[in-house]
Design a protein around this ligand. Structure first.
Ligand code: NAD
Ligand code: IPM
Ligand code: MN
Length: 356
């Protein structure tokens, strides 16, 4: 078994180092190989996703990814920007199913900006479609407007699109996930305005008929954004498109206490997976040793579960994370009065120790 380790930019290197520490401490039989990705790869090789990095990712059984991006690359042509690396990996490997579980650990109920009673016991699963939607639709670009409110003016445009098979396969993923949980799926759309999402809703309903034991609810994305902070525990599995899923998962991360707590798994049809925290490279805190590594460590646990067939090891990591939280250790993003503030490496060390 081989894991491709792609730390990337900013806090990516700091948090991945802690996840690697935890993986090594498990003493399992797998090989790890690192490569540059994102801005650091652009600096070294002139491209955010060098061919050698892509090859390593393709050959690996699983990929552990940190984060990419930095403000200093924002003026580059789009194909050379660090973010293209993660988009390229998702596209080239066909990683269409993105699982972002928002779980509020008992010890972190006070870390959230929401009232404790709203989030205590929260366990929802956001399933984001990851290789379609306005993220990848063509055409896109800039041109001179020939119609609209200002004909003759410079304009920019993107294309939102979903094909039937793309919606069907993510629908099956969601219904099957719901079968293992509380048998309820909320499909989030904007069918009242967008043709793409009326189609999404129609196909979801059709696929839902094959799962009579699972309750399917449809909700507009604006309402879903509101309900997520009003009564988050009313949700179980949430399935949605690429862009809405991006936004709603960042929102949901605050239900868990911090974006530093939200792991993710991105799977293709062969169950090959890329595992990364849901957050970015956090340039504002990079290099300070204060980033929360737990989302990445929990992503490594998802990797053991979904791609490496090591359920027991996955559970060991998850139990160790809960143990350090119970010990009161907190990076600044989840700190609350009466707990002990620690840095990134101290948190990783504590998880290793808690593995027993
Ligand atoms: P971000 O997620 O990097 O940061 C948002 C805020 O959350 C910041 O205040 C940051 O300090 C904080 N934060 C994020 N992760 C944290 C952690 N582990 N511990 C503590 N605090 C944490 O989002 P942004 O600032 O909008 O984007 C920064 C860069 O990251 C951009 O270049 C963006 O494109 C990129 N990005 C990359 C990915 C990815 O690689 N998958 C995901 C999101 C954003
Ligand atoms: C994420 C990120 C990415 C996305 C960016 C960096 C391309 O925000 O993984 O959530 O929008 O998917
Ligand atoms: Mn995002």
């Amino acid at each position: 078994m081989k894991i491709a380790v792609l730390p990337g930019d900013g806090i990516g290197t700091e948090i991945v180092a802690e996840a690697v520490k935890v993986l090594k401490a498990l003493d399992l039989k797998f090989e790890m190989e690192s490569a540059l990705v994102g801005g650091v790869a652009y600096d070294a090789h002139g491209h955010p996703l060098p061919e050698s990095t892509l090859q390593l990712a393709k050959e690996a059984d699983a990929i552990l990814f940190g984060a990419v991006g930095d403000w200093k690359y924002d003026k580059l042509d789009r194909p050379l920007r660090p973010e293209q690396a993660i988009l390229g990996l998702r596209k080239h490997l066909g990683l269409f199913a993105n699982f972002r579980p928002a779980i509020c650990y008992e010890q972190l109920v006070d870390a959230s900006s929401l009232k404790p009673e709203l989030i205590a016991g929260l366990d929802i699963l956001i399933i984001r479609e990851l290789t379609g939607d306005i993220y990848f639709g063509q055409p896109r670009g800039r041109r001179v407007a020939t119609d609209g409110h200002f004909p003759g003016a410079e304009e920019a445009f993107d294309t939102m699109r979903y094909s039937r098979p793309e919606i069907e396969r993510i629908a099956h993923v969601a219904f099957q996930a719901a079968r293992k949980r509380s048998k309820k799926v909320t499909s989030v759309d904007k069918a009242n305005v967008l043709e793409t999402f009326q189609f999404w809703k129609d196909v979801m309903t059709e696929v839902g008929q094959q799962y009579p034991d699972v309750e399917l609810q449809h909700m507009y994305v604006d309402n879903a954004a509101m309900q997520l902070v009003k009564a988050p525990k009313a949700f179980d599995v949430v399935v949605t498109g690429n862009m809405f899923g991006d936004i709603l998962s960042d929102e949901a991360s605050m239900l868990t206490g911090s974006i530093g707590m939200l792991p993710s798994a991105s799977l293709n049809s062969k169950n090959q997976g890329l595992y990364e925290p849901s957050h970015g490279s956090a340039p504002d805190i990079a290099g300070k040793g204060v980033a929360n590594p737990l989302a990445t460590i929990l992503s490594a646990a998802m990797m053991l579960r979904f791609s490496l067939n090591q359920e027991e090891a996955a559970q060991r990591i998850e139990a160790a994370v809960q143990k350090v939280l119970a010990q009161g250790l907190r990076t600044p993003d989840i700190y609350s009065e009466g707990t002990t503030k620690v840095g990134t490496a101290q948190m990783g060390d504590a998880v290793v120790k808690a593995l027993g």
